[in-house]
Write a protein that binds this ligand. Structure first.
Ligand code: HAM
Length: 422
């Protein structure tokens, strides 16, 4: 094959059938489970004022290195950015529309991060997620985490680990930050060059380092859960006992700091252990009790998560679960009379709710039968000169289960329906 003139940009890809059908089925399943838990969908813009995303943290990679931002053609021009995630957009929408809390919403859509692409890490990827705004109750945290855990189970995934942590809040985090900064500063000479820079910007994020030379220092570092104040400790206890009550397995991971700065109290991540560890986070989330206010809205607690659809499908491949849905057409109409029977038969079948397809271009019986086989349709409706004269079609079982027989064109829909229900 000749080299194409253009390819999809680096870090992006075309998702073609049948994989696109699998992706759609996954998103639909998520939509169903979110709706069953009382969440409504929000569709928000793919780009926002850059300021919305700056709230994700001036020291995060997402803001400093990975933003797809641009200046528009307005007068004065506006500095915009493609969204790298949806939580900030949802909080912006909450501050703008002031819905009645608690506001329970779900979303799906593409996100954009200028990352170094590799397996499971793209510059355009799809997330599904939920957020609850206006509920401080730890049971909201449990409900949200349970929705994620049950969703992975419903796909058939067995190797997904849930890690939870608490990052405290403004009442207790400063004391922890002080202790952590003092601890890391004492050992700065032994940290990797990268972590030395990170330490200057945000000591918490040093705990995220995967570099070998940092590990022993990180392992012995002070942990946030030892610094939780009365209320944040009670909240974390209540989340844990709620998860226990629902029988949801989890690990407490005191190193879980997440890559965004807005988190307070509960944070969590789902890791698919069947994937390479660098890209095995299939979802994550937590509380962000200050974000709505930060975006100009009323003080409003928030909790939610986002799951990475592309990575979940890789995890499904690795565990050999959640196969692509079967063929979408049930009948392939093969018409060698050159007339309009194929048009008519397809329309009748589709109007009756039965998937139907056909070949184009008046090809031979053999060529059309080949396409019929490739379509995966269980039945072919064949129209030759004899059938045409009799107002009939030959209905053939392409799976070889029930042979073939002639049926009146007028009975085609009901006959196929009864065959399909057998
Ligand atoms: P996040 O951890 O940045 O959180 O992203 C959530 C998930 O999106 C990740 O666990 C991963 O599965 C997927 N993901 C992230 N980056 C990429 C990439 N470059 N390629 C493929 N998949 C990727 C958030 O986005 C927060 N908004 C989650 C949240 C919602 N927190 C509270 N509410």
């Amino acid at each position: 094959m000749a080299e194409p003139t253009f390819r999809a940009p680096k870090g992006t890809r075309d998702i073609l059938p049948p994989e696109s059908g699998r992706r759609r089925a996954l998103v639909d399943r998520f939509a169903d489970s979110a709706a069953l838990s009382g969440f409504g969908e929000v569709v928000s813009p793919i780009f926002e004022d850059l300021g919305v995303f700056k709230r994700l943290g001036e020291s995060t990679d997402i803001v400093t290195k990975e933003m797809f931002d641009f200046v528009d053609k307005g007068d004065p021009p506006q500095h915009l950015a493609l969204r790298p995630e949806l939580t900030a957009s949802i909080c912006r929408a909450y501050a703008e529309h002031r819905p009645i809390p608690p506001w329970k919403i779900w979303y799906e859509g593409p996100q954009f991060r200028y990352e170094q692409p590799q397996a499971g890490r793209y510059r355009q990827f799809t997330q599904v997620g939920v957020e609850i705004l206006g509920a401080d109750d730890p049971q909201a945290d449990v409900d949200v985490i349970a929705l994620g855990a049950r969703f992975f189970e419903s796909l058939g995934l067995r190797q997904v680990t849930l890690m939870v942590n608490s990052l405290g809040d403004e009442s207790c985090r400063p004391a922890y930050m002080e202790a952590l900064t003092a601890y890391l500063t004492d050992r700065v000479g032994d940290l990797s060059a990268q972590s030395q820079v990170t330490l200057e910007r945000n000591p918490l994020r040093v705990l995220d380092s995967k570099r070998d030379e940092d590990q022993s220092i990180i392992d012995a570092a002070p942990v946030m859960v030892d610094f939780l104040g009365g209320e944040t400790a009670d909240h974390f206890d209540a989340v844990r006992s709620g998860l226990d009550e629902l029988g949801i397995a989890y690990e407490i991971s005191s190193r879980l700091v997440r890559g965004l700065d807005y988190y307070t109290r509960t944070t969590f991540e789902f890791a698919a252990t069947a994937l390479e560890s660098a890209q095995n986070a299939v979802g994550g989330g937590g509380r962000y009790d200050g974000l709505v206010e930060d975006l100009g809205g009323p003080a409003t607690p928030g909790i939610g998560f986002a799951l990475g659809v592309d990575r979940i499908l890789l995890a499904c491949d690795a565990e050999d679960v959640f196969a692509a849905p079967g063929p979408s057409v049930s009948v392939f109409v093969v018409d060698v009379t050159g007339g309009s029977v194929a048009l008519d038969a397809c329309q009748r079948l589709r109007a009756g709710g039965i998937g139907a397809d056909r070949a184009y271009g008046g090809r031979s019986m053999k060529a059309q039968m080949k396409v019929a086989d490739r379509s995966g349709a269980p039945f072919a409706a064949i129209v030759g000169e004899d059938e045409l004269a009799a107002g009939e079609v030959t209905l053939r079982d392409l799976r070889g289960e029930s042979g073939q027989r002639r049926v009146a064109l007028d009975d085609l829909v009901s006959d196929v329906r009864s065959l399909l229900s057998n």
